[in-house]
Write a protein that binds this ligand. Structure first.
Ligand SMILES: [Zn+2]
Length: 61
């Protein structure tokens, strides 16, 4: 399920306030990836709703 157009533009990483990148190539586990160079947290998207919680984010390897 694609995110609503424009929604991504108003979303920001809660940890560092960088823009988020939609990475839905894997449709089973869409994620929003923080574009912050020192951050890079990956936030899950559940039922089309981004979960922008640092506690829920997947940390980069
Ligand atoms: Zn970030």
């Amino acid at each position: 399920m694609p995110l609503e157009a424009g929604l991504l533009q108003i979303l920001a990483c809660p940890a560092c306030h960088s823009p988020l990148q939609d990475k839905s190539a894997d449709e089973t586990a869409p994620e929003l990836i923080c574009t912050g160079q020192d951050c890079g947290l990956a936030y899950p998207v559940r039922d089309g709703i981004p979960v922008l919680l640092v506690d829920e984010a997947r940390r980069p390897a």
